[in-house]
Ligand binder design. Structure first.
Ligand SMILES: Cc1cc2nc3c(=O)[nH]c(=O)nc-3n(C[C@H](O)[C@H](O)[C@H](O)COP(=O)(O)OP(=O)(O)OC[C@H]3O[C@@H](n4cnc5c(N)ncnc54)[C@H](O)[C@@H]3O)c2cc1C
Length: 757
């Protein structure tokens, strides 16, 4: 007893008295921590600091406050934004013949360029003070998605000036003179911008660009001025072949100390008119054969004045931070919008086509084999729309959540790719034959572009989501890193000591709660709702707790090695990502008033997300470098095993039923699919055929019954319909419905044919 008491007193002394604690506990841990710290490049350090932490922080910390999630006011379009969509966007899309653009002209027609310029499509994010539209992130995303449902080539053309590039960089960092000069010209479309970072030897590792600028004096408009002599070689640059102004990223050096003592200033961004002497706009690429402009640019010892640096001389060397900050917001808009567009297009068209296309005497959407793929399209689209809404809500709240936007970029483009493949399979030959009637082919060709740009997806999954998330979203690690970076070791230790105590408490709490929640299978955790979704909130909270503990243990055991163990960190990133995607679906369901129509979609989504979380944990436990640690973790967190299951066949069938019905939910998850009014418009034909078929269903049933009992025996369907009318099996109105439906079905299943070469 005395010994126990003595032990307790010692522990109290150690933990309560900072000097004792620092010698016995914090000091040694601080030393170990500094030793295992990952070696961070300057570029990575900048990336760490960029952006903000939002709902991702809650999910990472093990105790998400669901009321807080429900409390975020969902972004809504303003009247002006809605009008722009209803008028300008629809007018634009009616002008676009994507087959002609991609397969025949290989470029956008002049009339489309003029319309884009005149109506301010390149000025969506520019402040109205400078002649722009000043639209929200939601509007930007909605406009890009809708255009992409018709033409990826036009969408990418619109997207680039409205995402990371001169417009955005100038808006955030430009000097007043730069803003006054460039922004109105960009807003009116008098200038076409591009932004060049990537080169032949610097793709994903963009921080390693070899392109250089040397500060020196040179001749500009007949005068000797201080400026930069630039040499660059860039490729893959969107809009470069038609750009009038080039945003250029390069490394800046000041060997003669003309602006200070630092010789290597770092990445810098400048704006250069493309008609400036020495600027070469090189040849064109053909990304997957699509028609948006993409090409190369070079320059050799091109002299530019100092004030062409975006933000002026004070921003010399700050380019990487500028790029990462803008990217951390922009990455959540344009490319996820392309993923969402694939979902809206595929869901609306596949549901409709699966009803009108008959084989073996049945709509193909009634075959169980088809339903497995088809349900994935609908369910993923529900989640895409939910994630699009939640992510733009964050951005419109003024957040710049770097991890959330990386999750959105990676998963929304991957989901777009998966469901496009499903849509292609279900349309079969109809989607294979390219031509004006094929509404899927160009999207299918183009989706790998979305996977590749703004952080190629493998890299985003492996390095960014958890790699950055572990530091950014963790409640204490960033402060611990800051303490380790303190030049004075005593000050560093004092700061570290303060955070360490909280960190130990956090880890102990997660261990105890993780074990308890594992033992009770999460059944006793509170939920913010009292409906069928309550169990999902409980399980997601439990998985959030499991992530918090597993992440802490991984960082403790692997330290700097965790960065290289990409297969391990990617799996933890998957857990975080699926927690985010699941919360997006729950939030969207909640904000829509929890309608019963959505329930199968939400069940599918969350079951799928939990299954993926389980798989990620399983893979982690099987492959973690210290098997005994993974065994302990697995036993503590999952004492009854990992039991999440994929959605059932029953759910697949319910989702397909909604996709083949003309209902509110179908509209809610496909409102971004452009349906043309023209009688030959491909999506318009399938949509009208779908509606005509639904209208004729009762009449069709009467006819089929008569055919089965041999009352009707005609050769063709047209004969049978005529006989049905003659025999009084259907009335004149039903006859009209069936004839219309038959004619439209023939058009819907038709594909393009061309003259032989
Ligand atoms: C159509 C198109 C338009 C583009 N537009 C522009 C533009 O306007 N401006 C601009 O500056 N750039 C642009 N880019 C460039 C684009 O951002 C790069 O293609 C991208 O950064 C990837 O570089 P890379 O293609 O050289 O691939 P690489 O860097 O060679 O990568 C190859 C593979 O390795 C993976 N990888 C690399 N490093 C790691 C790692 N550490 N861990 C895990 N995986 C890793 C990548 O994910 C990828 O799968 C465009 C590209 C394309 C295709």
């Amino acid at each position: 007893m005395e010994i126990l008491l003595l032990l307790l007193v010692c522990l109290v002394i150690i933990f309560v008295f900072a000097p004792v604690r620092q010698v016995l506990i914090s000091g040694p841990i601080f030393g170990y921590f500094k030793k295992i710290l990952p070696p961070l490049s300057a570029t990575e350090q900048e990336a760490m600091k960029a952006g903000s932490v939002w709902w991702d922080g809650e999910l990472f910390a093990g105790k998400p406050d669901w009321q807080r999630l429900h409390g975020y006011t969902q972004a809504k379009l303003t009247e002006q934004e809605q009008r722009f969509l209803d008028n300008q966007v629809n007018t634009l899309l009616a002008m676009v013949d994507d087959y002609q653009i991609v397969q025949q002209d290989h470029k956008l027609p002049e009339a489309v360029w003029q319309y884009l310029r005149k109506e301010g499509f390149f000025a969506l994010i520019i402040d109205p003070e400078f002649g722009g539209k000043g639209f929200s992130a939601l509007a930007n995303s909605t406009i890009v998605s809708k255009i992409a449902s018709r033409s990826l080539s036009v969408a990418v053309t619109v997207m680039v000036p409205n995402s990371l590039g001169p417009g955005e960089l100038l808006s955030h960092y430009g000097t007043l003179e730069q803003k006054k000069y460039w922004l109105p010209r960009l807003a009116k479309g008098e200038e076409v911008p591009c932004f060049a970072l990537t080169g032949p030897n610097a793709g994903s590792d963009a921080g390693s660009i070899p392109d250089k600028g040397i500060i020196c004096y040179g001749d500009y408009q007949g005068e000797q001025v201080l400026g930069i002599s630039l040499t660059w070689d860039k490729r893959y640059i969107t809009l470069a072949p038609v750009a009038s102004v080039l945003g250029l990223a390069f490394k800046l050096y000041d060997p003669d100390g003309l602006i200070g003592e630092t010789k290597a200033l770092g990445i810098t961004c400048a704006l250069i008119p493309t008609d400036h002497p020495g600027v070469i706009i090189g040849q064109r690429h053909y990304p997957m054969g699509l028609a948006f402009q993409n090409g190369t640019t070079q320059g050799q010892n091109v002299f530019i004045p100092m004030d062409w640096i975006i933000g002026g001389q004070q921003y010399a060397g700050k380019g990487w931070r500028m790029l990462v900050e803008c990217l951390s917001a922009g990455r959540g808009i344009s490319l996820p919008a392309l993923g969402a567009a694939c979902g809206h297009l595929s869901t609306r068209m596949t549901g409709a086509y699966a009803l009108v296309r008959h084989q073996f005497g049945l709509p193909i959407g009634k075959f169980e084999g088809v339903q497995g793929n088809m349900a994935r399209i609908g369910a993923f689209t529900y989640q895409l729309e939910a994630a699009r809404t939640l992510t733009t809500t964050a951005l419109d709240m003024g957040q710049r959540p770097a991890i959330v936007t990386a999750i959105a970029k990676y998963h929304m483009t991957e989901m777009g790719r998966t469901l496009l493949s499903d849509a292609m399979d279900i349309h079969a030959g109809k989607a294979i034959q390219l031509g004006p009637q094929n509404y899927l082919g160009h999207a299918y060709l183009g989706i790998p572009i979305a996977i590749t740009v703004e952080g190629a997806n493998i890299l985003t999954r492996s390095l960014m989501i958890f790699g950055q998330g572990a530091t950014r979203c963790h409640p204490y690690v960033l402060s611990e890193l800051a303490a380790a970076a303190e030049p004075d070791p005593q000050v560093g230790l004092a700061k570290f000591d303060q955070v360490l105590i909280k960190h130990i408490g956090f880890a102990m709490g997660n261990s105890l709660m993780g074990a308890w929640q594992g033992l009770t299978a999460g059944k006793l955790i509170g939920a913010p709702v009292n409906n069928k979704m309550a169990t999902y909130y409980r399980q997601l909270t439990r998985m959030s707790r499991a992530l918090a503990l597993t992440a802490d243990v991984s960082m403790l055991v692997l330290g700097g090695d965790l960065k290289r163990k990409e297969m391990i960190s990617a799996r933890l990133g998957d857990v975080l990502s699926h927690l985010y995607l699941a919360s997006a679906s729950l939030k969207w369901f909640h904000d829509r008033g929890s309608p019963s129509s959505d329930i199968p979609f939400v069940h599918y989504n969350i079951q799928y997300n939990l299954y993926q979380i389980g798989q990620a944990f399983d893979g982690f436990f099987d492959n973690f470098s210290q098997p005994w640690i993974s065994r302990v973790l697995k036993t503590v967190l999952f004492p009854w095993g990992i039991n999440y299951r994929l959605p059932s066949d029953q759910l697949d069938q319910e989702i397909c039923q909604t996709m083949m019905s003309d209902c509110e939910l179908r509209d809610a998850i496909t409102h971004l699919c452009y349906i043309g009014d023209d009688e030959n418009d491909a999506t318009g034909i399938v949509e009208r055929s779908f509606k005509a078929r639904l209208a004729a269903l009762d009449a069709e049933r009467k006819l089929i019954k008569a055919i089965k009992d041999k009352t009707i025996v005609g050769e063709t369907m047209a004969d049978k319909i005529a006989q049905g009318l003659a025999l009084g099996i259907i009335n004149a109105h039903e006859f009209e419905l069936l004839v219309t439906s038959l004619a439209l079905t023939d058009k819907a299943v038709a594909v393009d044919v061309f003259d032989k070469l």
